[in-house]
Design a protein around this ligand. Structure first.
Ligand code: SF4
Length: 261
């Protein structure tokens, strides 16, 4: 319980806010959700924090940086979540573990993040401990933290956790596009089908449960983002960025070689 002062200046107890929520989409499927802000965020103390360290092309097309996600109360709640798990990790882990023991979560799926990502090893490791302590609950996520997952999650073989690598990030090149389960965001459902990917529109859980590991997401109906994306996918846009970066590195290496010789 939190102690807060009411309008009369007296102190009263308030129930602590739940950490897991349900948005309208996920509620239909009985899925609970934990989230933090997307990408670069200005914190109340004036500092900046990147909650998606491996975001690449996706950052300019991110649904979680527009619309309802920008509402003051929504942003404040997401920032509160971030500060709790980043700055008071023990308290957050304890509260999350306790909340998950409630019977309403038994047999249910928890989607970790509809914005933000696993921003540090310690944050991801805390989630793995929470999952271990919650064997009756199932967890899933999309992530662009490919190297972190290959190092910490793939070897752990956590039985109640499934994930889907997500294209559009700076570590796309580490995804085995033939064998690793991964998702790409396409301009529309026709483009998903044409590429031979499984459309996850019917259920978000197809991201981790579809037979094929190739998962396609039609872009959200957000006009300015759809216009910016054009006929590309997040993956194809990232490949362009990667090629530009590679060219830049080659030019820099050539310059350094000429200077040294
Ligand atoms: S990683 Fe996800 S939440 Fe973060 S900027 Fe990219 S699309 Fe948005």
């Amino acid at each position: 319980m939190n102690n807060t002062a009411d309008n009369n200046g007296t102190t009263k107890s308030q129930p602590q806010k739940k950490l897991l929520t349900q948005n309208s989409e996920l509620r239909k499927e009985g899925i609970y959700n934990w989230t933090i802000p997307a990408f670069a965020v200005k914190l109340p103390d004036g500092s900046n924090f990147n909650a998606c360290p491996q975001a690449g092309a996706c950052a300019k097309l991110c649904y979680a940086r527009s619309g309802a996600y920008r509402f003051k109360n929504v942003r404040a709640a997401h920032i509160r979540n971030l500060l709790l798990c980043r700055d008071s990790p023990d308290e957050w882990e304890k509260r999350m573990t306790e909340e998950l023991q409630h019977k309403r979560h038994k047999g249910k799926w928890i989607r970790i993040h509809d914005a933000g990502d696993f921003f540090s090893d310690s944050y991801l490791s805390a989630w793995l401990r929470i999952m271990d302590a919650s064997p009756d609950v199932r967890f899933y996520c999309y992530t662009k933290e490919i190297s972190r997952f290959k190092r910490l999650v793939e070897p752990a073989e956590t039985g109640n956790f499934l994930w889907c690598y997500s294209l559009g990030g700076r570590e796309d090149h580490l995804i085995d596009l033939e064998h690793d389960r991964h998702a790409d965001v396409f301009p529309d459902a026709e483009a998903v089908a044409a590429a031979g990917y499984t459309d996850q529109t019917e259920s978000d859980l197809l991201s981790v449960l579809s037979e094929s590991p190739l998962v396609g997401i039609p872009a959200n109906e957000i006009p300015h983002l759809k216009k910016r994306q054009g006929s590309e996918t997040f993956g194809s846009l990232q490949r362009v960025l990667d090629a530009k970066l590679a060219e830049k590195n080659i030019r820099a290496a050539r310059r350094a070689f000429h200077l040294a010789s």
